[in-house]
Write a protein that binds this ligand. Sequence first.
Ligand code: NAP
Length: 457
Amino acid sequence: MTTQVFKTDTPAQSYINSVFEQLKLKNAHQPEFLQAVEEIFLSLIPVFEQHPEYIQHNILSRIVEPDRIVSFRVTWVDDQNQVQVNRGYRVQFNNVVGPYKGGLRFHPTVNESIMKFLAFEQIFKNSLTGLPIGGGKGGSDFNPKGKSNAEIMRFCQSFMTELYRHIGPDVDVPAGDIGVGGREIGYLFGQYKRIRGAHEAGVLTGKLPGYGGSLVRKEATGYGLVYFVEEMLRDNNQSFLNKKVVVSGSGNVAIYAIEKAQHLGAKVVACSDSNGYIYDPDGIDVKVVKEIKEVKGERIKTYVDYRTNATYTEDFLGIWSIPCDIALPCATQNEINGDAARTLVSNGVKIVAEGANMPSNLEAINVFLENGVLFGPAKAANAGGVATSALEMAQNSGRNYWSFNKVDEKLHEIMRSIYIESKEAAQKYGTPGNLVVGSNIAGFVKVANGMISEGVY
Ligand code: NAP
C-alpha cells in the first residue's frame, strides 16, 4: 500500500494532494494502480508549479479516470470437456495522442488494479515514443501454463468473441504481454478476422512475421532496453564491454535483453523464472535459454542439465543477491523491494534499468537514486516494444514490410531520443540525472497539452 504523503505548501502541491486523496477513496482496493499514480504525481510537482493552466483544466482528475473499462466473461471448454470460466478485461485509458494501444496479459494474478496500473503507465510510455499511440491494456486471469495448444486456441477464440466489438485499427490495438506471444496473437487475430469478415491487419500487433507481423517485434523490448542502457553508459563514457549483468525473468523481454547485452560485450551471469534463478559464471548461453523457454516451454531449472558449471537456486527473488554492474529486472511488477535494492547497492551495482513494468517499488527506486545508481525507469527503458508495435501498425497501413535492419535502426533511434528527451526534461525541471522524473514529465506534457487542445470531454 502507498505511504507517501504529498506536501501542501504550494497551490500545485495542494492540488496534487487533493486529487490523490480523492483517488485513494475511490480506488482503495487497487494498490498497484495507486502506486503507479503516486510515482507519476511525485514527478509532476515541478511541472504544476510552472504551469498553473494544468490545474485550471483539472488535468490530473481527468487523466486518472480511464475513458472506459470493459470486463467480460470468457467461457471455454478444456480438453476434459469441462466448461471453464475466466474474466477478461480491456482498459481504454486515454486516446489523446492516438488509438488506445497496449498489451494483453494472461496470468492468474490479473485483476482490475493491475490492468489499470499497466494502462495508466502505457499512456505516458506511448507518448514518450513520439509515435501516435494512446494508452490501454487488457488481459485475463487465465493461466496458460500447462494448457494444450487446443485449449489456448479455444480460450483465445472465446476471449476475442467478446473483445472484437471494442477494438479496431483506428480504435484500440492490443498486443502481447506476459503469457501472450506470437501464438496467442495468431489465434486472436484469426478469430477477429472470422467475426469481422475482413483482413484488418492493424487491429493487433505482435503477429508473426509473414502474417502481418513486423520483423524485430519479438526482440524489440529486450533490444530496446539494452539500447537505452547503452545511451546511459555512453553518457558516462562507458560501454557494455565486460560488464557483469543480471537479468531477471526468462521470457520474451529477458531473452532478448540477454542476447543484445552479450552482443555488445557484456557477460550476463543470471536469469530466472517465477520458481528460481540460474547462475552461470561462464555467461548465460542464450541459445540454451531459448531452447528451454521458446521451444520446449520448460522451467529454467533445466538449464543446469545443459551447462555443467551453472547452478539453480529455488528462490526467485534471490537473484538480486548476485553481485553485478548492471541489473535488468525483466519479469514482473514489484520484484525489487527496498531490501533487494540495498543488497544490489552494497554489491556495487552501477545501473538498474527496468525491462518489466514497475519491477521496482517506490522504496527501491529511492534507494537507487539516493545512492547514485543510474536508474532507467520502465516507462522509458522498455518502450521499445510498443514503439515497434507502432512501426508494425505503420507497415500494416502501408501494406508492406520493412527489413530487419530498417526496423532495428528505427528502434535504436527511438530509444536514443527517449533517453535524450527524458534527460532534458529532468534537467529543465530541476532534477538533473533523474530519469524517473524526466520520463514522467516528458510523457505527461504531450498528453496534457493534447487534452487542453481537444477541449473538455
Ligand atoms: P513472458 O514472456 O511471459 O515472461 C515473463 C517472465 O517473468 C517469465 O520468466 C515468468 O516466469 C516471470 N514471471 C511472470 N510473473 C511472475 C511473478 N509473479 N513472479 C515471478 N516471476 C514472474 O513476459 P514478457 O513479455 O517477457 O514480460 C515481462 C515483463 O515485461 C512484464 O512486466 C511486461 O509487462 C513487461 N513488458 C513486456 C513487453 C513485451 O513486449 N513483451 C513490453 C513492455 C513491457 P514463469 O515462466 O515462471 O511465469
